[in-house]
Design a protein around this ligand. Structure first.
Ligand code: CA
Ligand code: CA
Ligand code: CA
Ligand code: CA
Length: 343
């Protein structure tokens, strides 16, 4: 009995020590808290997934036989806009960052795809064919106040906001092809480049625009200055690469590449160096979207979407106050508007 008590006491001490260590871990784990949303077909059809920026802990957010694609984070990182065919045709949806609370935003029988969240969090830009050919539209995040920004016989696609929300870069195909930029109300359209881009991303400082392109005959990741000058090729394989997205600090770019035969997610420094492969399987993976900084970069360790037990997991307010231990409900994301999960 005495030995059993001693052993139990030792275990309690170990648990207490573990808890104290976790409670006192210092901030500075922003890297661990950053997430990349992407498409994966690893479960048989395209789903929205998230993973850490080192490729670890991939987790599926959607679970529907429909085609779910094109994730775009809200600026505060609490929600994700995406397109899905679950209504019978492509429509825009918004869900919480843990995959819950899915809301259908567009309700048109035509295709509505490629949502991009505005920097102020209020609008979604997207591409729709509802008026006969592909045009760029914006709408409030609840789908109201729809506005068509382009009106041409050509195919407009891949809208991306400037960091200050004043401009939208996009691609025009099938007539006067090229990369264009316009005001966020559709005015002052300017051609930046004769080359078309495939999925644009504006650097956080507003200085440069990254895009995939067939410029030169082979598809790679390129950047230009926001005025269209200084075209630079970043990727080195020309292996069907597109969908670049800048990290919140502007230091890195995540993108999709088919250099190994099927779509994988890679990350590189913004000058093209220090390439890292984040996924490695036989299924298509593409459309990566880097989660904006936001309140999760507070120093809490990430979560694993499982019950990690009373002693190791719980939720807290965004500033770390009000920590409550218990079931960890999701992967390091908001539990509701005020609570964050931690491990
Ligand atoms: Ca699906
Ligand atoms: Ca639709
Ligand atoms: Ca058009
Ligand atoms: Ca793959």
């Amino acid at each position: 009995m005495r030995i059993a008590c001693l052993l139990a006491g030792g275990c309690c001490l170990l648990l207490l020590t573990s808890c104290l260590r976790r409670e006192t871990e210092e901030p500075g784990l922003a890297e661990e808290m950053q997430l990349i949303a992407f498409n994966s077909e690893r479960d048989g059809n395209s789903e929205i997934c998230v993973m850490r920026v080192d490729g670890s802990e991939p987790r599926r957010l959607t679970d529907d036989p429909a085609y779910d694609a094109w994730p775009s984070w809200s600026p505060d990182g609490s929600e994700i806009a995406f397109s899905s065919t679950r209504s019978g045709n492509p429509d825009i949806y918004v869900m919480d960052a843990d995959g819950g609370n899915i809301r259908q935003i567009t309700h048109h029988t035509s295709g509505d795809i490629w949502p991009e969240w505005s920097p102020d969090g209020r609008r979604l830009a997207f591409t729709s064919r509802r008026d006969g050919n592909w045009e760029i539209y914006t709408a409030d995040v609840d789908g109201t106040n729809l506005r068509r920004l382009t009106e041409t016989a050509a195919h407009e696609d891949f809208p991306a906001w400037s960091p200050d929300g004043s401009r939208i870069v996009f691609c025009r195909m099938e007539g006067d092809d090229g990369t264009y930029v316009m005001n966020s109300d559709g005015g002052d359209v300017q051609k930046l480049l004769e080359t078309q881009g495939l999925e644009y991303s504006w650097s956080p400082d507003g200085e440069r625009i990254a895009f995939g392109s067939d410029h030169g005959g082979f598809r790679g990741i390129y950047t230009i200055r926001a005025d269209g000058s200084d075209l630079q090729l970043l990727s080195t394989t020309y292996a069907g690469e597109n969908c670049p997205d800048w990290s919140p600090d502007g230091a890195r770019i995540v993108f999709a590449s088919w250099r190994d035969g099927d779509g994988e997610i890679y990350v590189m420094d913004a000058d093209g160096s220090n390439l890292q492969k984040l996924t490695d399987n036989d299924f298509e993976e593409e459309f990566p979207s880097w989660r904006p900084g936001g309140e999760l970069s507070l120093g809490f360790r990430g979560l694993k979407g499982r019950n990690v037990g009373e002693e190791t997991g719980g939720v807290s307010q965004g500033d770390g106050a009000g920590r409550r231990r218990g079931v960890v409900p999701c992967l390091g994301m908001r539990v509701d508007n005020s609570l964050l999960g931690f491990e």
